[in-house]
Design a protein around this ligand. Structure first.
Ligand code: TYD
Ligand code: MG
Length: 453
């Protein structure tokens, strides 16, 4: 028997070394190396065999026929959007997400609805479990095959005899090749299996979806190398307590990397949400204090959502600051600005901030809306639900310009808002035609004047 070859891999970035190291020289993380046996028995492995012997030749760039990559238009518009306008043939897409978020549901739903021959490989669920799930979702594709398999070698055997038009692998961590002696889910296995599937995709032009689990740190379990190898990396995320799910592009060789798709998890699968603003703004019978509507941008998509604040007298010595969906340090900064520049005594108040719908956004354009909600709750005066806000607040209380202002205004107009408060430093709004009344301000005092003055 051949002598086992032992290598060490960094669990964080996939860096390979011949001996154990305390600190990874590549990503500088400590204590991330683990031992793996990587003995390769290539002679016995029946992996994807190259059917072309012709070597690629250098070509002049001007002679290359440009960008006519073929795309398959999927029956899921949100997925088409995050993929940059449809699924590119021969591409390999990795979908990451926490356990139970709905990765298997998303791709099984795709397999059951697209009018193509699809092979869904599951290493996690049995045939009857898949059938039960398929029945819940509804089967609209007579050409959807499932295979419960964890061996890459037998998978490739199947593919050589019977090629699907789309291949889905759930999940890359359960797949293992006989060519390597380490267990499924280890870095060398993940790398090897992905490399093999990549070769399959590029040679046959069949698009491949890989599902990947996420580890505690929120990275796709296994190394970063996986992200380098594939064409597109998508992340499926959401708050378990809410039904909304966001599919986010992290990397895309065929389109923008800042797209998002929004879904709602239902009893019968995932529903696409074309207009997220409608669900994020609650119906209000009467105007309540502490509620404002912000026009934020997530990726490149404008979303109107409700921001809520509650300011009350602190019962205990140290006032509380609690925030859901908004960065707590940013909230502290906004409170300090309100105190120092505008003289509101917020140091003796408890302040709670909440973004409706369990959304977590990082858009600085939310600031103005949060500030207005805090002031409204502080004064106990409601702000009309016909005004939307978009502006970043700086340390001296100035309201700064935000990106994509035209998109934000158009979105607010589409949803029937009458007014929108933005920074006066956003250029070019004079020529922008809209039915909404635009209020341009330079400082938060002006916002206060306008709203409560
Ligand atoms: P799943 O796709 O198994 O998650 P992952 O593959 O990311 O681990 O999703 C599982 C959750 O989704 C599970 O808690 C049940 C729920 N679910 C629904 O609410 N409706 C449905 O139609 C389906 C199929 C699942
Ligand atoms: Mg799953």
């Amino acid at each position: 028997m051949a002598k086992a070859i032992v290598r060490f891999f960094c669990k964080s970035c996939g860096h390979e070394a011949s001996k154990w190291l305390g600190k990874c020289p590549n990503c500088e993380q400590w204590n991330t190396f683990s031992e793996e046996i990587v003995e390769k028995k290539t002679s016995s492995a029946k992996l994807w065999i190259k059917n072309t012997t012709q070597k690629a030749q250098p070509k002049k760039v001007v002679e290359i026929i440009d960008g006519n990559e073929q795309r398959i238009f999927l029956p899921d518009n949100e997925l088409n959007r995050v993929l940059g306008g449809g699924l590119v043939t021969g591409s390999i897409t990795l979908i990451g997400g926490e356990p139970g978020i709905g990765k298997s549901t998303l791709l099984l739903q795709l397999a059951l609805n697209v009018q193509k021959k699809v092979l869904y490989i599951s290493g996690e669920e049995s045939e009857s479990q898949l059938k039960m799930r398929a029945d819940r979702i509804g089967i609209n594709n007579g050409n959807c095959y499932v295979l419960c398999e964890t061996s890459l070698t037998s998978l490739i055997n199947h593919l050589q005899h019977d090629q699907p038009e789309i291949l889905i692998v759930d999940s890359v961590q359960t797949l293992a090749t006989d060519a390597i002696d380490s267990p499924p889910g280890s870095i060398s296995q993940i790398k090897e299996c992905t490399a093999e599937l990549l070769r399959f995709a590029k040679e046959t032009n069949v698009p491949v979806f890989l599902i990947g689990h996420i580890n505690k740190d929120g990275n796709i379990a296994g190394p970063k190398v996986l992200e380098h190898m594939v064409d597109t990396v998508l992340q499926f995320e959401g708050d378990r307590h809410y039904n909304y799910r966001i599919l986010r592009t992290l990397k895309n060789r065929f389109g923008s990397a800042s797209e998002i798709g929004i879904y709602e998890m239902r009893g019968n699968g995932l529903r696409e949400i074309e207009n997220p603003s409608e669900i994020l703004i609650s119906e209000r019978e009467e105007n309540l204090s502490g509620i404002t509507i912000s026009c934020a941008v997530e990726g490149i998509r404008p979303i109107l959502l409700e921001t809520q604040a509650l300011v009350s007298s602190a019962v205990y010595g140290t006032p509380q600051r609690t925030s859901n969906g908004f960065d707590l340090r940013r909230l502290s900064m906004l409170l300090a600005v309100l105190e120092k520049r505008c003289g509101f005594q917020l140091g003796v108040k408890d302040v709670f901030v909440n973004i409706a719908g369990g959304m977590k956004l990082e858009d600085p354009g939310l600031d103005l809306s949060i500030v207005a909600a805090i002031l409204s709750s502080y004064e106990n005066i409601a702000i009309t639900s016909e005004i939307a806000f978009a502006g970043e607040v700086g340390l001296s209380g100035e309201v700064r310009a935000v990106s994509r202002i035209e998109h934000r205004i158009s979105e607010a107009e589409k949803l029937g808002f009458k007014e929108m408060m933005v920074s006066k430093y956003n250029k070019g709004l004079e020529e922008f035609k809209t039915k909404i009344k635009i209020i341009q301000i330079g400082k938060i005092e002006e916002a206060f004047e306008y709203l409560f003055g």
